[in-house]
Design a protein around this ligand. Structure first.
Ligand code: 5GP
Length: 188
């Protein structure tokens, strides 16, 4: 199946305004505390970098990243999560905020939460920009949520289809392109 870029679901200004609100909520929750914001690559790259720049100057945030395998060229979750890059930080006894681009089935976030919990952080919270609740397969606790969106495949602002369209400033839906029908003759 091929896809083309569809309508804008969330434009850059709307995203930025909500990210600023989320930054206020997050920095309030960690006020005066050092914490590690862990971005899940590559999708969360723009979200995390925008979020932390809205934090107050005295914020004690550190940044780290994990990379997990994605859907590849498909738009459906395989449920298989492979760690491609692990944290550089030892999170034992630290306050950790896991930052994800999108929560779909919940399999990725739930896997990562179990993995990180096993490393004995002092606290572990989650922050997701987009949430597609209709597709949830496992229960995952979300502490900070940007937008609830319908069950549509989206790209832009870090989210890709087959590696493309991450760079777009707005979040778009993608539309399947129907293959041209063959051997169909017009009716007489
Ligand atoms: P989950 O494990 O919750 O099903 O999916 C989480 C991951 O699937 C996200 O980090 C993202 O990589 C990918 N994903 C889920 N829905 C979408 C979507 O609508 N667009 C894009 N580009 N990726 C998605």
């Amino acid at each position: 199946m091929e896809y083309e870029l569809g309508r804008i679901l969330l434009d850059g200004r709307t995203i930025s305004a909500r990210v600023a609100e989320m930054a206020a909520e997050v920095s309030e929750a960690y006020s005066g505390k050092e914490f590690v914001a862990v971005g899940v690559l590559k999708g969360a790259i723009f979200f995390l970098s925008d979020l932390v720049r809205f934090f107050p100057r005295n914020s004690l945030v550190r940044l780290d990243f994990m990379a997990v395998s994605s859907y590849g060229a498909s738009t459906k979750s395989s449920g298989i999560v492979k760690i491609v890059k692990d944290l550089d930080t030892d999170i034992r006894g630290r306050d950790v905020l896991l930052v994800e681009d999108i929560l779909d089935t919940g399999l990725t976030l739930s896997y990562l939460l179990d993995l990180l919990k096993g490393r004995s952080p002092r606290s572990l919270k989650t922050c997701v920009l987009l949430d597609k609740p209709d597709r949830r397969k496992v229960d995952v606790r979300v502490d900070f949520r940007g937008f609830q969106i319908p069950d549509e495949f989206v790209v832009g602002y870090g989210l890709d289809y087959s590696g493309y369209w991450r760079n777009l400033p707005d979040i778009h839906v993608v539309n399947p392109i129907e293959a041209p029908a063959r051997n169909i003759q017009p009716k007489e």
